[in-house]
Design a protein around this ligand. Structure first.
Ligand code: HEC
Ligand code: HEC
Length: 216
């Protein structure tokens, strides 16, 4: 297959996991959601995730969804529903969504392309760029770019990180083990990030998060 041959070994290795978790949705015979219902739900999502899906800073950071990979969005919504990913707010939001609605919403967010929200310390950006592009060879951390893409746009179940809120990224990487992959009987794509998140220091996370938050 053409796609696989152009991929780094890391990415090819996890495709097996990605396909088993993403596969069942496609097997169902799916209809489409009436346009008005989709629009209403989309509007609702944007009350928290920002009018252009750019993310929002309230009591805690709401992640950017604009330009996100549809497959990643679908994976995460299913992970919230099945409680493999812990978040009480998103469990409540997601468990009522039909598979058709999830598909429709993921496609809508993919179309949005606002400027990043910004706000991260600029002095950390240079170090963050080095970590993103080269990884941390001494700590056995592969380049983030090898999976998330050279411009951090993501691909399939590898999320886009470009323009993501730095404080959201910081919280997620710091709490990875407590929030993701919470059903040991059903391992998912979160397992590939677990050792990477674990090996980064807080200072390294802050740096790479600052770099990513300014990428368009
Ligand atoms: C009441 C506020 C609220 C609403 C409404 C809401 N979300 Fe969220 N959403 C959040 C928060 C907070 C998070 C971050 C969860 C975390 O920290 O893990 C989140 C996370 C997500 C994520 C994971 C993003 C990532 O980068 O991993 C997806 C996907 C998502 N929401 C989709 C949706 C969709 C689709 C809707 C509409 C059906 C929606 N959300 C409505 C608050 C909300
Ligand atoms: C071997 C491939 C791989 C490498 C290398 C990698 N990632 Fe990831 N990353 C993933 C996958 C797969 C996911 C999606 C996990 C899931 O489905 O829960 C992810 C998710 C993430 C998320 C969560 C995004 C969100 O919206 O919640 C962040 C943040 C992240 N990675 C940052 C990084 C950083 C920073 C590096 C480099 C230090 C890195 N990743 C290196 C594969 C990788």
């Amino acid at each position: 297959m053409k796609i696989i041959s152009s991929m780094s070994p890391w990415r090819a290795a996890i495709l097996a996991i990605a396909f088993t978790t993403a596969g069942h949705a496609e097997e169902n015979q799916k209809g489409t959601v009436p346009a008005q219902e989709l629009q209403a739900k989309f509007d609702y999502c944007r009350t928290c995730h920002g009018v252009s899906g750019q993310g929002f800073r309230g009591a805690y950071p709401m992640p950017r969804l604009a330009g996100q990979q549809p497959e990643y969005i679908e994976n995460q919504l299913r992970a919230f529903i099945e409680r493999r990913r812990t978040n009480p707010v998103m469990f409540n939001v997601a468990h009522v969504l039909s598979p058709e609605m999830i598909d429709g919403l993921a496609e809508r967010f993919k179309e949005l392309n606002p400027k990043p929200l910004g706000g991260a310390p600029k002095e950390l950006v240079a170090e963050g760029k080095t970590i993103f592009e080269d990884g941390l060879p001494s700590a056995d951390v592969p380049p983030c770019a090898s999976c998330h893409g050279p411009e951090a746009k993501g691909d399939g179940s590898f999320p886009r990180l470009a323009g993501q809120l730095n404080d959201y990224i910081f919280n997620k990487l710091t709490n990875w083990t407590k929030e993701r992959g919470q059903d040991p009987a059903h391992p998912d794509t979160s397992a590939i990030m677990e050792p990477i998140a674990h090996k980064l220091t807080q200072a390294q996370i802050a740096a790479v998060a600052a770099y990513l938050s300014y990428l368009e």
